[in-house]
Design a protein around this ligand. Sequence first.
Ligand SMILES: [Zn+2]
Length: 342
Amino acid sequence: MSLILISSEHFADHQTPPGHPERVERAEVMDVVAARWRDGGGEVVAPRRATHEQLARVHDAEYLRRISETAGQAVALDPDTYTSTDTYEVAQLAAGAAVDAVERVMSGSHTMALALVRPPGHHAERSRAMGFCFYNNIAVAAAHARTMGAQRVAIVDYDVHHGNGTQHMFESNPNVLYISSHQYPFYPGTGAVDETGVGAGTGFTVNLPIEAGAVDEDYQTAFQDVALPVLRQFKPDLLLVSAGFDAHERDPLANMRVSTEAFAAMTLELRAVAAECCSERMMLVTEGGYDLRALTASLETVVKTLSGPLEPARWPASGVKSSRGRLSAEAAKRALKPFWRL
Ligand SMILES: [Zn+2]
């Protein structure tokens, strides 16, 4: 079997206050998607908890101690990041699912893995919980892949928010490429086009900030003109995806107009890169996505795209005239000119 899903019924135990977007129904969506895959003969496994050693590769020890002290308690760690009594354990399972996905793909037991997790991770900094995130799941995965022999790891983050935590954890590391498309200006405020990395990592942070209101064609341009050529030149040994679906036109938290079909196209483009560069080795971890219908449809289309035949991506046409993607791509090309042929 080429695709495996990793999910846990315990993700529902991360309870947030009433009205909070990271609500328990998000876990139920993931259960439904996993159950349908299993019913169709697909493989679904439950994760183990990430170990202290795995988490400590990207988080500092004092922070890990502070998070461990929230065990059994409901507390607010920042204005929108809350724990319930079980969050400490659930967050360890989410990071553990990302580790498990990497192990399956790196060991060759599966070609692709999708970790359906909550809480999300890409806003979590080395020593700070923020934006609904506690442990940076995708960063824990990337660090784990490096210890398993991956020389070059690429992370593509199509969540509508910039993954500030992921960028900061790897911005000085030339072995981990981070590419993010995101609404900008917007929460969390980082992800400007001139943030291209630090020191030896300069050029290995690729930001595609896009103005609110972007449609499918804008994402197609940003992907095809910048993200995909950079990936092909970097030639990763493993492709990681921060799969957030809050750029969807139905999402209540953000203001983009991306269709479910465009998420299929993005995923298929990335799969094609993985096929060219690294024998299709690819893993995805969920991030945001706050409209339950859009989240269900997007996850199902991603599962279908990863398990079906590898065909050329068919980008949908919204018919809306927008220059947002072109402006973003042009700015990124200028910023990245010293590092990549674009
Ligand atoms: Zn998001």
